[in-house]
Design a protein around this ligand. Sequence first.
Ligand SMILES: Nc1ncnc2c1ncn2[C@@H]1O[C@H](COP(=O)(O)OP(=O)(O)OP(=O)(O)O)[C@@H](O)[C@H]1O
Length: 303
Amino acid sequence: MNVIECSNLVKRYGSKSVLNNMSFTIQENKITGLIGRNGVGKTTLLKIIAGFIHQTSGELKVLGKSPFNNLFVSANSIFIDDQMTLPPALNLGQILEEAARFYENFDLELALRLLDYFAIDAYQYHNNLSKGMTSTFNMIFGLSAHCALTIFDEPTTGMDAAVRKDFYRALLKDYIAFPRTIIISSHHLEEIEDLLEDVMLVKDGDIHLHMPISELKEWAIGVQGKKSVVANLTNEKDIIYQKEVGVDQVYAVMKNDFEEMEIEQARQKGLKFSPISCNDICVYLTNRGKGGIDDVFSRSEHN
Ligand SMILES: Nc1ncnc2c1ncn2[C@@H]1O[C@H](COP(=O)(O)OP(=O)(O)OP(=O)(O)O)[C@@H](O)[C@H]1O
């Protein structure tokens, strides 16, 4: 079953177009990573899915319903980010108790055990928490809600490395015990890739790539060697990244659609092949085409 069905989704803020004709589906009980550069529209998309804001046009069904202002979607989904506003008059323990009354499958016992593990006092108030503790509490809230659709928008903001690691482990353990559809947006693909089943890469207001992480791991290949030999091999291929690595030597990254035999022949001509991490593939694919940061400095050095 598809938990999310989205076709030709458009979102504009005034004259600014953020999502352009986006179409995709997300199946039930999968963990999907939403990846993209700053400002590409990840939060906008997630807020539309959660029913917080309305799309400008296009069709969106979440759990079979149009999500905007829909009580069924609200009761069966949760959106966690670092801007969550929770009742200021209630302490953390009381907030969790109230949440347990709203969300049918809320695991209050788990929430209290996690609170205790992360040394967060249940009598504290949300407004008084540090940045990292706020994210940790929000994560506990989102995890314990056990909603059919759970959305984490950059959930680890402010968390230290140890807490981040614990969070991902808790998420995985809880997902195994209670499978559900989870979307995580993050800038740290390398940290979450072991958790993910699918990756959705957003670029220019559209889904640039949507595939299982296992396929993404083999999607690209790096080749290094003499410029003319590399050029011969990569002729007519879409190079997604290239840099000079010495005198007459170049390193290039491209989609891996080579036959085994082509690679073997190229090796015999002195070329070296290497795998590319999922994180690097996403960085290369979402490059803004303005060169690297070094170019900014080399231009000012030349002035
Ligand atoms: N309420 C709003 N009014 C006007 N523009 C907005 C509004 N919310 C977001 N935007 C703009 O829409 C674009 C996408 O923002 P969004 O927060 O969805 O990006 P993002 O991919 O989540 O970014 P980041 O990775 O930095 O969190 C940005 O250019 C942002 O300035």
